[in-house]
Design a protein around this ligand. Sequence first.
Ligand SMILES: Cc1cc2nc3c(=O)[nH]c(=O)nc-3n(C[C@H](O)[C@H](O)[C@H](O)COP(=O)(O)OP(=O)(O)OC[C@H]3O[C@@H](n4cnc5c(N)ncnc54)[C@H](O)[C@@H]3O)c2cc1C
Length: 411
Amino acid sequence: MNKNYDAIIIGGGAAGMMCAWQAGLRGKRVLVLERSKKIGRKILMSGGGRCNFTNLYVEPHHFICANPHFVKSALSQYTAWDFIASVVEHNIAYHERDHGQLFCDNKAKDIVGMLVKECEAVSVDVVFSCAVNKITCNRLEAAESKKHTEQIDKRFTITTDKGAFESASLVVATGGLSIPHMDPTPFGYEVARQFGLNVLPVRASLVPYTFSGALKEMFARLSGNAVLAEIRAGAQSFKEALLFTHRGLSGPVVLQISNYWQQSDAITIDLLPDSNVSHLLSDAKQAQPKALARTILAKALPKNVVLELEQLWWSERRAQVLADWPQSAIESVGAQFNNWEIVPAGTEGYRTAEVTLGGVDTDELSSKTMQSKKQPGLYFIGEVVDVTGHLGGFNFQWAWSSAYACAQSLP
Ligand SMILES: Cc1cc2nc3c(=O)[nH]c(=O)nc-3n(C[C@H](O)[C@H](O)[C@H](O)COP(=O)(O)OP(=O)(O)OC[C@H]3O[C@@H](n4cnc5c(N)ncnc54)[C@H](O)[C@@H]3O)c2cc1C
């Protein structure tokens, strides 16, 4: 195997393989170093095995980043439509789900197959089960003086358990820390620190909430039930399905809001976002004065959910017909349904999180190329960077777009 490359990419996931493909298309000699035995393992498990590979409505506001403008350049250089064009070219059947999410009809391995095929076509080298031991950068002056091309050609030396490799550019695409059984590493953050780049604090995100005490027991009894709900945390809110689980709350609406939630913050849940529950009960008091509150509410929510909430919020009136409810009681129960404030004990953490929030500070990188401002030739792409997408295909789109932007600028 060649030991000298234009670019070495550490990490053969979504971003790494896309970058290798696009750089190969530009005639660059590329090597991918992957610590596991397979490439694209997260792609294979994504989207319930069908990979939600992008979204029809990709906009910068779907991404969380300390600098909200950072994503704009990469997302415009390589759009969802560019990725869709490749999917179509490879005859990968796909379909649209709610909110413009695009999934494979068959298996996520179709997407991995496409990346592998394209990388092979442009002669990308891949070393599997490869542990990187050391990275050194043998030049600093050479970058400034473009005449020293030989030195520039050998800018980085990557020492691994499979030998040493040299390259002009080094791309770090090591992803985040979620799913411990995949043995994720903080290696990308360590490389950033080695070269003097700031790394923002990381935490598990797109992740279910856990609860303790009576709420945990109640959610466990309701495990498996789902309702449409709106959840707010600070100024952000999402309206999607909420799922009760043995540990607490999950479902798309919970994963979405977890991106904006800090430990010990309260969240506010609207269990009937399309109704004002005080008005609903007041109207019912007029129209069906002999009805119980639970009978009215069970028309809008699963009966066992209503029974649990009855126990929590109006157990002393459970046998009282609506005609006997004072307006203040109607308003108080209505407010509970539409503005239920609770504090999660925590999240399920990296064990089930889809992403890692935080990472390499975007202030350290060019938004056009993903290159370090401090260390010429060093690039960070994909999830290792402090960019996190909403649920819905946005995280893969960031992987594709940041990888493409980097590949275009590799010398
Ligand atoms: C269960 C699950 C479902 C998901 N579903 C979706 C979805 O449907 N849609 C969506 O948009 N996003 C989804 N995501 C998020 C998405 O998978 C990631 O955002 C995306 O894979 C990030 O791409 P990446 O290339 O940056 O990192 P990864 O795809 O994680 O790739 C990183 C690669 O680097 C390798 N690596 C790590 N450390 C080293 C090292 N020291 N040396 C060499 N190699 C190393 C890893 O083995 C891995 O192959 C999901 C995530 C999970 C966990």
